[in-house]
Ligand binder design. Structure first.
Ligand code: KMH
Ligand code: ZN
Length: 276
């Protein structure tokens, strides 16, 4: 583990998200069954982590426990090796109580958002008290947090929380770049964020929209990990919607191989991140 890594790339697929709609992306998986199939295809293509939001049948985002249970069951039956990372971010405006609910299912991983920010036309609230409480609950339940970083202040906030013992090593950062309100996906932002990291941490990048492909490619060259999927980007190329989440994973795998990075299997990902 170092900031310049030679180990295999961990590919996360964020298959659904809370904001993407069927109108914009007709192949968006919404029901647990569809999510099971999407996860299976993504894992077959090379993803080892599935970042999971759930929806009601009408597409409305929810943090309902039963819905997470159903989705997790479907994913486990179709892609048993997948590492499931539930979202504690949920949709904008969701209560912190509901956001914390799926942690009780003790997934291997969960997202942890490190600060409040403008998020498009909305505000994504993450009160310091709630961040600490979510982190404590994750540690108590043995869930590894993935630290979602949308701008440099949030990275510095995580390092402060790590010093205080609120966050424990090994730290795993996801730089989510390109949300209007956070840092854009300009590669200089990624380079800056990586330059602020201490030794012995893991990091990956999730580029939003048109930033997904260039940032994924840069991360591969910089030794980082990569997140793709319909939560962050619905297009394969300009104006051309992707056929599936797996299609986006397949492309990253091809680029990884071209630049000499192996792709981590779920077993290797568990070992790299120290998951039990
Ligand atoms: N839907 C966004 C407001 C996470 O999963 O933790 C927050 C989000 C982050 O998607
Ligand atoms: Zn998410």
């Amino acid at each position: 583990m170092s900031t310049i890594q030679t180990h295999p790339v961990i590919i996360t697929c964020a298959i659904t998200g809370a904001e993407t709609t069927r109108e914009k992306q007709p192949n968006l998986p919404i029901t647990p069954k569809e999510q099971g199939i999407a996860a299976q295809e993504a894992v077959k293509a090379g993803a080892s982590i599935i970042h999971l939001h759930v929806r009601e049948d009408d597409g409305k985002p929810t943090q309902r426990l039963e819905r997470f249970q159903e989705a997790i069951q479907e994913i486990r039956s179709k892609a048993p090796e997948a590492i499931i990372q539930i979202s504690t971010g949920g949709a904008i405006g969701e209560s912190i109580e509901n956001r914390a609910k799926p942690l009780t299912l003790k997934p291997e991983m969960a997202s942890l958002n490190l600060g409040t920010m403008n998020f498009g036309d909305d505000v994504f609230f993450n009160h310091p008290r709630d961040i600490v409480a979510l982190a404590a609950k994750m540690h108590q339940l043995g869930v590894m947090p993935e630290l979602e970083i949308y701008e440099a202040g949030m990275l510095e906030n995580s390092l402060r929380l790590a010093k205080q013992g609120v966050l424990r090593e090994p730290l795993h950062f996801q730089f989510v770049l390109g949300v209007p309100g956070g840092m854009s996906g300009d590669v200089r932002n990624l380079v800056h964020l990586v330059s602020l990291l201490p030794e012995n941490v893991h990091w990956g990048v999730a580029g939003v929209g048109r930033f997904q492909l260039p940032l994924a490619t840069h991360a591969l060259l910089m030794g980082g990990h990569v997140r793709v999927g319909f939560e962050d980007n619905i297009f394969y190329s300009k104006g051309q919607p992707a056929k599936s989440n797996a299609q986006l994973v397949e492309r990253v795998v091809r680029i990884a191989r071209e630049v000499g990075r192996d792709v981590a299997t779920p077993v290797q990902t568990r070992k790299l991140l120290g998951l039990k």
